[in-house]
Ligand binder design. Structure first.
Ligand code: BDP
Length: 682
């Protein structure tokens, strides 16, 4: 049960002083108004208070004198009676809220512009209680900083999850939509507690039966899911197959400029909105990794996206069009192509050609969720096109929820990156929140990491990535430390030794993982297909465009403007020069941008080869230290979660040693250069 509840433990308050201070608040609560979202807010409030204070609250449906917590919209609560001035709250956005102690701190007002804001505010209040914070002078005005805060499920209807590491899908089984709607509801509770407001519920690779999700075979069941999610403020989106007109209704073509195709999509969209009146829209992977798209008809991606956008526009629907478009059938002997260039090369020339309700979805890096990549140069390059970030909460290339890798610090680095698109201070976080270019629609989405395992995420500690993702995109200015600490205390309780220990483990984990895997930004070196564990040449001579170019003399990909693929030229100055120039390129990305001899000296003072040896020995040692630290927590957290994580650490250790030995041996044999410290290399 503790595993299942994740960060919504609502652990009983045992600190007497704290309990006595606040128990009165839990006696009477009022949620004013009547809507599915307000009902969710009330349910959560009752549940949380009961669990923490151990007494049932009396519930009022108006702002009764007896109520101590009063929740509702600005319209429904008599703000003036509590000395509050509505005009002062005008800057809040539609999802924002106020949490304030009033009437000599006897009451707490939980007020918002919209029902959704009330739900978020209730979660905030419960979070403060979970963190045992003072409520005495609470006076919080909050608005989310990003508009769309989305998750993409990569779930297939056979019940499998593409890149899923925690069991089967909670949405589908046996080619049908699940009947276990309780679990969907619990997922919705978790997501609303971290402010997620949109979700696409099927894999971006749409083929086979998934194509039919937009037909009346499945729409009634999709609508049931949408109903549940809606009550938690979450909009439902579907990934679609660009060839749907052909595959569903046998049209001759899916050409985006063909009038019959246009009519087909218009009718299709109308049909969807009959079932789901607030349907969010489509997520589209086109002309990528064998998925169909406009290229088959000699049309471009603006033609493709606009076809769908026109159909969705009358209903307020959106097209989320992915920029993960590249040739996955490259000739490895041809060095003039570079997969890293692809998204920019495809989409930059189309800037301004997309309709208003299209959003381009851009992966954080130019390749594919590696442990270290530069920020995609498309951020900043699109000045006239709505855009959103795509992260991956699922740890496809970062340990697959066996190895510990807390990703918030990585995401923060991306969001803080200065693109210089409009001069200094043009940070990615200000592009994806829509402010830098005044985009109508913008936001952040990420591939989810959950499945039907009891604890949702396989490794219990991977819950921190889901939690952290939601909290970070709500407010990118939160620090990784703050987020980690919130998560630990809501999940494992208040014991300071537990909090400090796990916090350190989480914060160190990304660099540990990087230490024992692919060095200095070069990426890949993983086993093909499943992507877990080392395989240095696994992709080296393959069509996927993912190379390290290691030979006896050196390693790295020359992406410079003068002698390489020119990728560095896709950035604005001074980033362009910084990456292009060997002297100024940061160590951690050196091999992403440059091909250098093994004896090249890094800024750290070490040679590349010695760096490889040192980090790989160190990484595996650090995993042993993680295990020791975790063992020190035995008895301080419940046995089920303790064992769950212990088991994963054993797998991580095995993995780290394998990486260490394969990488070190490979480069020792290639280079013939011995380790300065004479450690064992096979
Ligand atoms: C890669 C995954 C692949 C996805 C693809 C995508 O390996 O399974 O389909 O990205 O984002 O990371 O479309």
């Amino acid at each position: 049960q503790a595993s299942y509840d994740c960060w919504l433990q609502y652990e009983k308050i045992r600190d007497h002083e704290y309990y006595n201070q606040y128990v009165a608040y839990s006696r009477g609560i009022a949620v004013v108004g009547d809507s599915p979202i307000l009902k969710s807010a009330l349910d959560e409030l009752e549940r949380g208070l009961f669990s923490m204070f151990g007494q049932k609250s009396t519930v009022y449906n108006e702002a009764a004198k007896e109520a101590s917590i009063i929740a509702g919209t600005f319209e429904s609560i008599p703000l003036e009676d509590y000395g509050l001035n509505k005009a002062s709250l005008i800057n809040m956005n539609e999802e924002g809220y106020l949490l304030k102690a009033v009437k000599d701190e006897e009451k707490i007002i939980v007020a918002a512009k919209s029902d959704k804001g009330v739900l978020y505010a209730v979660h905030h209040l419960l979070r403060l209680l979970q963190l045992r914070e003072s409520l005495k002078q609470v006076n919080i005005v909050e608005s989310p900083k990003n508009q769309l805060r989305m998750l993409n499920q990569w779930d297939n209807m056979d019940g499998s999850v593409e890149r899923g590491y925690s069991g089967q899908s909670i949405f589908y089984e046996n080619h049908k939509i699940t009947t276990n709607l309780e679990r969907i509801k619990d997922y919705a509770r978790l997501l609303s507690s971290i402010g997620i407001n949109a979700i696409s519920i099927n894999n971006v690779n749409v083929w086979k039966v998934e194509t039919k999700l937009i037909t009346n075979d499945f729409l009634p069941d999709v609508a049931k899911i949408a109903d549940i999610l809606r009550a938690y403020g979450i909009k439902t989106f579907l990934s679609i197959n660009f060839a749907s007109p052909i595959e569903i209704d046998g049209l001759q073509t899916a050409d985006p400029l063909d009038p019959d195709v246009k009519t087909w999509w218009k009718n299709k969209v109308e049909e969807i909105y009959r079932y789901i009146p607030d349907f969010g829209g489509f997520v589209v992977k086109a002309d990528s990794e064998h998925r169909p798209g406009p290229f088959s008809y000699d049309r471009n991606h603006a033609d493709g996206a606009n076809l769908l956008a026109e159909a969705l526009e009358p209903f307020g629907g959106l097209v989320i069009w992915r920029c993960f478009v590249y040739n996955c059938l490259q000739d490895w002997r041809d060095r003039s192509t570079d997969r890293a260039r692809a998204a920019y090369d495809h989409f930059k020339p189309l800037d301004g050609d997309f309709l208003d309700n299209v959003i381009l979805q851009i992966k954080n890096g130019p390749m594919d969720f590696q442990v270290r990549e530069p920020v995609s140069p498309l951020f900043g390059a699109l000045e006239k096109t709505n855009q959103m970030m795509e992260f991956q909460v699922a740890q496809e290339y970062t340990g697959q929820q066996k190895d510990l890798c807390f990703l918030v610090p990585l995401w923060k680095e991306v969001l803080e990156f200065d693109t210089y698109a409009k001069g200094e201070g043009s940070k990615v976080k200000n592009i994806v929140n829509g402010s830098l270019f005044n985009d109508k629609f913008s936001g952040i989405c990420a591939v989810s990491n959950i499945g039907n395992d009891e604890n949702w995420t396989g490794n219990t500690l991977a819950q921190a990535n889901l939690y952290g993702y939601g909290r970070l995109i709500w407010n990118p200015d939160l620090t990784s430390e703050e987020i980690a600490e919130e998560w630990i205390r809501s999940t494992f309780g208040q014991d300071p030794s537990v909090v400090e220990q796990i916090k350190q483990m989480l914060l160190d984990s990304w660099s540990i993982y990087e230490n024992y895997t692919a060095p200095l930004g070069v990426g890949w070196m993983v086993n093909p297909h499943h992507h877990y564990g080392p395989n240095i040449d696994g992709y080296e001579y393959s069509v996927w465009g993912t190379y390290h170019f290691a030979d006896r003399d050196g390693i790295g990909v020359d992406r410079t403007i003068e002698t390489g693929t020119g990728y560095a030229g896709q950035y604005y100055s001074p980033n362009k020069e910084m990456y292009n120039n060997l002297e100024t390129c940061p160590d951690e990305l050196l091999l992403f941008f440059h091909h250098v001899p093994y004896t090249y000296k890094l800024k750290s003072g070490k040679t590349v080869i010695q760096h490889i040896y040192d980090t790989h020995f160190k990484g595996a040692e650090q995993v042993e230290e993680l295990i020791e630290k975790w063992n020190g927590l035995r008895g301080k957290i419940d046995e089920i979660r303790f064992v769950n994580v212990s088991e994963r650490f054993q797998l991580q250790l095995k993995n780290a040693k394998e990486w260490r030995d394969q990488v070190n041996t490979y480069f020792y044999r290639k280079s013939g250069i011995a380790d300065e410290n004479n450690r064992t290399i096979y």
